[in-house]
Design a protein around this ligand. Sequence first.
Ligand code: AGP
Length: 616
Amino acid sequence: MCGIVGYVGPRQAQDVIVEGLRRLEYRGYDSAGVAVVDEAAGLIASDKRAGKLANLEKALGVDGLPAATTGIGHTRWATHGAPNDVNAHPHLGAEARVAVVHNGIIENFAALRTALENEGHRLVSETDTEVAAHLLERAVADGADLTSAMEEVCGRLEGAFTLVAIDSQDPDRVVAARRNSPLVVGMGDGETFLASDVAAFIEHTRDALELGQDQVVTITRDGVEVTTFDGEPSEGLHYVVDWDLSAAEKGGYDWFMRKEIFEQPRAVADSLLGRHTEDGALQLDEVRITEDELRDIDKIIVIACGTSFYAGLVAKYAIEHWTRIPCEVELASEFRYRDPILTRDTLVVAISQSGETADTLMAIRYARSQRAKVLAICNSNGSTIPRESDAVIYTHAGPEIGVASTKGYLTQLVACYLLALYLAQVRGTRFGDEIATIVRELEEMPQHIQHVLDGSDAVYDLARRYVDHRSVLFLGRHAGYPVALEGALKLKELAYIHAEGFAAGELKHGPIALIEEGLPVFCVVPPRGRDQLHAKMLSGIQEVKARGARTLCLAEEDDDAITPYADEIVRLPKVSTLLQPLLAVVPLQLFACELATLLGHDVDQPRNLAKSVTVE
Ligand code: AGP
């Protein structure tokens, strides 16, 4: 998820663009760049720097770029290619005639890049974006105008992308295209804006045009033209923005956390992009551990902290079931002090959203000192933990601003499933058609998650009715047990109340003494496909209900067996047991977010917490 700005109008383009990028910096801060059409020289003038926007502003200095009234800008959240000056956007074509900025993932960029290089093009970055710059420039050099060039090139791209481009030979025009990544137009008086979201231009105009799928938009001072990738006339959705600037940066939500909960369908879809072939075979090219080495792995140890540790607990079920490799899950802060048994055939999987958690970092340093191989699952490109690992699987959740992890957690689950399936594929512990079936189910998850989100009002109502409780328990079995732990953590870190997760089968061995009249108990009910699990969970629900608990059940849509024992039911789409955590955790995220809001807490920055714990 990156921040994009385009401008055409009477003002200095650089100033408008840099100010717009500042409003979008929460969308990514790995690097920033700006490019303008220097009409006097008939050239593109640009500058780009790794790091926060301030680095770019320092490089631009007082004079800045040459005077120009047309330009584009970008603040990056790295997906392909480390966050450095070369990989920063904008990217230029071979003759530096066209400049492009991009948000998203071009899945087929590798093949396109090879074709360009075979034609003699020299690409200098590791990014997928630079390929688009060369393709667009070749099209305009062949006589197409920038709009036609964008239509033609986008027809050849696969994946999710918003592209915005300028042509030094076509001043006073910015052209953009949108597929699966956000893009909105701001229509001012004699000036027009393009941006990833309205925060970039809301101080100049509230007159906006939302663009749809597979559309190209051309903006000039005088207005906007929308076409399809086939060049047919089309139109966007006009609306007037009624948010203030702060709300605009949160996409209209009250909290970044709530916005990030609702971004989860997109985040999961982006984390699956380009990681399997049409027939469901996994292709994790960023796993730099050879297949032979993966076949020699005889133990996996997952290490992480907090929510990431609970993602690791889910991973254990998937890894052991699909690969038959013994898998332990360890708190990073405990791992290196227990004298663990590690060999060169041990794979240590370090899960970290920030990539900077000190406990996890020290644990992987220890693991590598013991000759184990380390694979990082991380959301922050170029951060310390992936940099110090042998291999990495990046989650493509985009920046997670809320301290309480939500989309970071869900995309960690996706990465763990992909890793387990990849190991099963390499080691032959699952047939290709079995793996393809699971991949197809994963591909359906974004729409299932959206379905759960569509029921958010019922969960908010639940939070209002239970707002006065000072203790809540969470029960789960099998892959639902880590979900219960994560649900409890969300409530602890946001509502500051006692919340505890248990394996449902463990309740009768002591914790059931906690049950008293009216105590809310969330129950994560497994799918009925595995009867022994479902029946046992039903027993646990009956046990707590019989002792006066209020049972809040998360269960499949048509599971009527729980109805007699459930005081509240949140329905989930039917999915397989191992993948149900992707859905079951969402109502618990919503519940915790809403309860904390009702209690008047700062949901994005809960007391005593930090987004990344860089001390041991
Ligand atoms: C989760 O909501 C918390 N913010 C915290 O437990 C977090 O998951 C933990 O500190 C690990 O952070 P990491 O994923 O960035 O390593």
